[in-house]
Design a protein around this ligand. Structure first.
Ligand code: NAD
Ligand code: GLY
Length: 367
């Protein structure tokens, strides 16, 4: 069986393919050219990924007769800011040959690059096409698909942004071999999330292939990413702008985002915070009689097997609660949280109190 997979994201005239294969970066140029009328591409990447894969991306673009240049910004969530977007726009408007409406932005990197470069593409010249080239596992299984772009604000995660769907997504699983182990594990939190909310068989797959996944075995990676992208594609096709069930993808994120803001973006990875957020949400779901303890324990075991954190002491419940009130899902000052009942059964709860959050956080402090 070939490792290669293509998953279609069905969004009417905005539909696109996610192509997953070892070595797929070599097809980047052909993919951009196939969008039609592209004269050139600007690769936006970060200071870690640029030196590793920037030249390969440019080579592929030039082989497809496209003008190509690379602009880089310093890696890290702390740089997912409007200031970075501003500086990238300066660089973009200075590239030679100059950009025009047919220029395609290539977002080459992890979720931070995807979100920042996606936002730059959404606003430069009132909208340029973007091709997402995710190189972190988190970006492969989640952030490169679905069109959410954005940056953080001091008061909360991802509070400034736009929906801007890519024209294509190119996933080269070989790039994952240079990803530090902690970053690989970081991405697996979103994969566990997908399993819990939509596909218990994905949890079975992860449990059965932990060693291969952590070894970055190409076949396991193609299968893992293909399954995750299929879940994400179905959710996005059903509710592109998050007016309904797309919010299910925020399982673990209300408290997770608050933890990120509370401890600092440079002190915890997004997936690690989501791992803690899922443990906390499950405590609340079990206490409300929605989730069986056995399912909560299973999710915790899977997270532990992937070296993801499930305990974190020293969190201030009042501070977390205050930050939760700025969450994008909050409505009229009411905090809303996604809770899983039986696996694959999810609901958004809008009756979350400060006491609920304090109780949920209790799960993170236990021995
Ligand atoms: P990241 O982009 O910071 O990447 C993690 C680290 O790995 C960085 O240091 C990066 O330079 C490095 N890296 C990436 N690919 C590499 C490779 N192949 N080899 C070596 N190093 C590599 O973080 P992330 O975990 O990929 O993404 C997290 C971000 O994604 C958060 O900001 C989160 O809010 C966002 N996100 C967005 C969506 C969405 O739908 N838009 C969904 C989930 C998460
Ligand atoms: N990661 C949440 C979403 O794409 O909606």
């Amino acid at each position: 069986m070939t490792m290669e997979r293509t998953v279609r994201v069905e969004l009417g005239p905005q539909s696109y393919d996610v192509h997953i294969a070892p070595g797929a970066l070599a097809e980047l140029g052909a993919t951009v050219a196939a969008l039609g009328s592209a004269t050139g591409a600007v690769v936006i990447t970060d200071s870690n990924v640029g030196p590793l894969y920037g030249a390969r991306a440019v080579e592929s673009l030039r082989a497809a007769s496209l003008a190509a240049s690379v602009i880089e910004f310093p890696a890290g969530e702390v740089n997912k800011t409007l200031a970075t977007v501003d500086s990238l726009l300066d660089d973009l408007l200075a590239v030679a040959p100059p950009i025009d409406r047919n220029t395609v932005i290539v977002a080459l990197g992890g979720g931070v690059v995807g979100d920042v470069a996606g936002l730059v593409a959404a606003i430069a010249l009132r909208g340029l096409r973007v091709v997402q080239c995710p190189t972190s596992l988190l970006a492969c299984v989640d952030s490169s698909v679905g069109g959410k772009t954005g940056v953080d604000h001091a008061t909360g995660k991802n509070l400034i942004g736009a929906f801007h769907q890519p024209g294509a997504v190119v996933v080269d699983v070989e790039t994952l071999t240079t990803l530090p182990r902690e970053e690989l594990c970081n991405g697996l939190a979103e994969s566990v999330k997908h399993g819990a909310i939509r596909d218990a068989a994905l949890l079975d797959f992860i449990e059965a292939h932990v060693a291969d996944i952590l070894d970055c075995d190409a076949e396991s990676m193609c299968e893992l990413i293909g399954r995750n992208v299929a879940i994400k594609a179905a959710v996005v096709a059903d509710d592109e702008k998050e007016t309904g069930n797309r919010a299910h993808l925020n399982f673990g994120h209300t408290i997770g985002h608050a933890i990120e803001v509370c401890v600092g973006y440079d002190a915890i990875r997004h997936g690690e915070a989501v791992s803690l957020g899922m443990i906390a949400a499950n405590r609340l779901a079990v206490s409300r009689g929605l989730m069986a303890s056995a399912d909560a324990n299973r999710i915790e075991r899977v997270l532990v097997s992937l070296s993801l954190p499930v305990r974190r002491g020293g969190l201030d419940a009042d501070e977390i609660w205050a930050i939760c009130q700025h969450d994008k899902k909050a409505r009229g000052g009411k905090v809303r949280m996604v809770l899983v009942g039986a696996l694959e059964t999810v609901a958004i709860h809008d009756d979350i109190t400060a006491a609920d959050v304090a109780m949920a956080l209790g799960a993170l402090g236990e021995e």
